[in-house]
Design a protein around this ligand. Structure first.
Ligand SMILES: *Cc1c(COP(=O)(O)O)cnc(C)c1O
Length: 429
């Protein structure tokens, strides 16, 4: 690990070790952030969010596709301030529930830039999407078509979600493109879904959607996805002839310095656009959408913790003040992260960074190398901007952490820490 002033690519853009050897994010000293805002805390470099949003948009321009739009998969970091950054950058927003639709509308997305997903949308959620006049509803199954037929009065633009039976190399729980999936129509059922929607006055079928999985580090499955989508059509719609293709999200990120590097954003976008053009989906007037979640937010965020205890038995157990309640991914998917003492980078003591919850599996980093950690040390885990906040819980009655935005040396709280009062706020007595 770097001991100079520059840091590896897993940290937010612009991060550095300052003259005192302390990690700085968005120009803010993380030891001071921990003191001022407490720990655990999600710290986000605001500029990093802007930079990645622009990188996606520019990659689309460079690839030469006129009608290309980046749709933020809001589930990755469903925080109003984050949604607002991307709304200001001109991104669209993907939502998968009534709650996410509410967040997107509150954050200022024009309804026509909202894409509604879900494999089990309720009538209430569909009605909410129709009333808000969202740009696209992505239809997942035949029951939903029946439901939309009953609910839709004005012509609502829809896409059909298909599972192109393309398997990305990723964890089974975040692989979505295989034939035996809870998401979307199979390749075999898609033509019937296309015909059926064509018969409904209240629905206007605009195109197809697929999302093959998450944290993909290889681009080949994306090319296969496009090739499969190009085969689909029906008597009413020629294969490859729809006006919108939404290719989903899934670009992987670097969680640790040593893992294989993910493709660059422009390489990923270029590959998708070229594949679409090869299959006739890139003609003038055709719209291409992609839905990155993780790749927009993961590396923009770090989490700060404080060490509460250090125990030496077979391993060295570093117990910190957070854990599975603020980052469920290690437990859920066996996800790997790095950890560092925020003011003593470059440590060599093998440690297990453990959370404070009553589960043996509540381990944040199993193979951390820390500089002789002691109680009171501030620990930083980089690349925690995606799915940590989203999946946070109150397990063990732990209040959820704040979100602190940092930019040019200024820090501001955009979500406050939960209080103990919040834990009882919904009680009805
Ligand atoms: C989760 C999801 C995404 C985003 O996935 P990432 O791996 O975070 O890019 C995009 N589209 C759909 C439909 C999803 O379910």
């Amino acid at each position: 690990m770097a001991t100079g002033t520059s840091l590896s690519h897993v940290f937010p853009l612009g991060s550095r070790l300052n003259e005192r050897g302390r990690l700085e994010v968005g120009g803010c000293d993380t030891i001071e952030l921990a003191r001022e805002f407490g720990t655990p805390a999600y710290v986000v470099a605001e500029e990093d969010l802007h930079a990645r949003a622009r990188a996606f948009a520019q990659a689309g321009e460079q690839a030469g596709h006129e009608d290309f739009h980046v749709v933020f998969a809001s589930k990755a970091f469903p925080c109003t301030a984050v949604l607002e950054v991307f709304a200001r950058e001109g991104l669209w927003c993907d939502v998968a529930s009534g709650g996410e639709l509410h967040l997107a509308l509150q954050a200022g997305y024009a309804p026509e830039r909202i894409v509604m997903h879900g494999n089990a949308k309720s009538a209430a959620e569909l009605r909410m999407a129709l009333d808000a006049r969202v740009g696209l509803i992505v239809v997942d199954n035949f029951d939903e078509i029946d439901r939309l037929e009953r609910l839709s009065e004005k012509a609502q633009d829809v896409l059909i979600r298909v599972t192109p039976d393309v398997r990305g190399e990723t964890h089974e729980k975040i692989s979505t493109g295989q034939a035996d999936s809870k998401f979307g129509f199979s390749m075999a059922d898609a033509p019937a879904a296309i015909e059926r929607i064509g018969q409904i006055d209240g629905l206007a079928l605009k195109g197809l959607h697929a999302h093959i999985g998450s944290q993909l580090l290889d681009l080949a499955p994306f090319r296969r996805e496009v090739a499969e989508l190009a085969k689909l059509g029906s008597e009413t719609h020629p294969p490859g002839g729809f006006s919108i293709y939404d290719l989903g999200g899934g670009l992987g990120v670097a969680y640790t310095e040593t893992q294989p590097r993910p493709p660059a954003i422009d390489e990923y976008v270029g590959t998708l656009v070229r594949a679409a053009q090869e299959h006739g989906m890139g003609l003038p007037g055709r719209r291409l959408l992609i839905e990155p979640g993780r790749a927009l937010v993961a590396n923009a965020g770090v989490t700060l913790y404080t060490v509460e205890s250090v125990k030496r038995n077979v391993s060295t157990w570093v117990g910190c003040d957070g854990g599975m309640s603020d980052n469920l991914r290690p437990m859920l998917y066996g996800a790997s992260y790095e950890a560092h003492v925020a003011d003593r980078f470059g440590g060599a003591t093998p440690c297990v960074l453990a959370g404070k919850h009553c589960e043996s599996g509540d381990v944040i980093v199993r193979d951390a190398l820390l500089d002789d950690p002691r109680p009171g040390d501030v620990i930083v885990t980089p690349a925690t901007g995606a799915y940590g906040f989203a999946m946070a819980s109150n397990y063990n009655g732990v209040p959820r952490p704040p979100v602190v935005f940092c930019r040019d040396g200024e820090a501001r709280v955009v979500v406050r820490r939960e209080s103990f009062e919040d834990l009882t706020a919904r009680d009805v007595r």
